[in-house]
Design a protein around this ligand. Structure first.
Ligand code: AHG
Ligand code: MN
Ligand code: MN
Ligand code: MN
Length: 333
């Protein structure tokens, strides 16, 4: 089999679709390189001193793990000097990180969840990195938080790396979704799945069931119907999976279908769900749509939401089209 590297794939994409600029290609390669470095640290575990808590809190009010902080630094350092970015934003930073004056400024904005699935780091379960790329608004002077507040439909690229039994990179630039596997000996990303498609129908769902008592009626009804199985209104048995790393749950769904939900609930009515729009929901929604699936906040397409703040949270329903439509329908009714 002829091996196609990430670089070759991106160069071909640049030629074929004229979809990506040389700058965007460079940006994606730098992010991919940073993910390789993170993957290396993840693989060392206790031997690399990367497990455990950093004893600091992020803007989300979460206690940071050492690896949250390390991954954030790896991504910042890797992307700072290349000249392709105007600014970066991250789950682990209160506000944006403009490119320091000593480097040239580019036209893209990069957002990331440096380490997704923090609760799984110390138990050797799959974790990942999620990223999203926007174009800085024309004529923007010094970058501001406002520059980032564009609907997800404006993303020019989105992707994630999953650090599991294999390290993989799943990427879209708006022309389908492709998956690359890290060849650890060669240190290169090799194209292993072309044009990933999410099956439209599924018998598998993913939700944190321990929150059931807090759910609002539409989610309550939808899950009740799935659980009723063959003799219920859906007429089939459903299986459940919940890894608690969004990257790993989404990766499963991309490969074999399913529906992923993190709804808003009655625990804290001021919090519309747990997941963050800019660096979790938007990039995953773009990937899922590019693979033929759907992604909503229960009412509207996630990619159509106009963000109001950098760390905004949204309810998330994504995956196989028919199920996302079903549960969205119950909210709209
Ligand atoms: P992060 O580790 O980046 O803060 O994100 C964790 C998210 C997401 O990966 C996962 O789907 C969800 O939190 C799990 O939440 P619960 O622990 O409430 O199930
Ligand atoms: Mn977190
Ligand atoms: Mn996350
Ligand atoms: Mn995170």
């Amino acid at each position: 089999m002829k091996r196609v590297s990430l670089t070759q794939h991106l160069v071909e994409e640049q030629r074929l679709n004229n979809a990506i600029t040389a700058e965007l290609r460079l940006l994606i390669e730098v992010v991919a390189r940073a993910c390789k470095t993170i993957s290396h640290s993840v693989g060392k575990g206790a031997l690399g001193g990367i497990l455990g808590s950093a004893d600091t809190e992020n803007i989300q009010g979460e206690v940071q793990k050492k690896l949250d902080v390390i991954s954030n630094e790896i991504l910042l350092e890797a992307n700072e000097w290349g000249g392709h970015l105007a600014a970066m934003a991250s789950e682990e930073m209160e506000t944006i990180h403009p490119i320091p004056n000593r480097y040239p400024m580019g036209e893209y904005l990069l957002m990331f969840d440096p380490l997704d699935g923090s609760s799984n780091i110390d138990v050797n379960v799959s974790i990942g990195t999620i990223f999203s790329v926007l174009k800085a608004p024309e004529g923007m002077g010094a970058p501001t938080e406002q520059a980032f507040l564009q609907p997800g439909a404006q993303q020019v690229a989105a992707g994630y790396a999953v650090y599991g039994p294999q390290t993989m990179l799943v990427l879209t630039t708006g022309h389908g979704v492709n998956c690359f596997t890290l060849d650890r000996e060669m240190g290169s990303w090799v194209l292993t799945q072309r044009d990933m498609r999410i099956p439209e129908q599924t018998k598998e769902f993913a939700i944190n069931m321990s929150n059931q008592r807090h759910w609002y009626p539409p989610v309550q009804r939808y899950i009740d119907e799935l659980l009723a199985g063959k003799t219920g209104p859906r007429g089939k048995d459903f299986n459940m999976r919940w890894i608690a790393s969004m990257v790993a749950d989404v990766h499963r769904i991309l490969n074999r279908g399913g529906v992923f939900m993190y709804p808003a609930d009655a625990r804290d009515p001021s919090k519309p769900g747990k997941l963050r729009l800019m660096y979790e929901a938007n990039p995953m929604a773009m990937i899922v749509e590019q693979a033929g699936g759907a992604a909503t906040d229960g009412r509207q397409r996630i990619l159509d939401i106009t963000p109001t703040s950098l760390h905004q949270r949204v309810p998330v329903f994504l995956g196989s089209k028919s199920e996302v439509e079903q549960v969205t329908g119950y909210h709209v009714e």
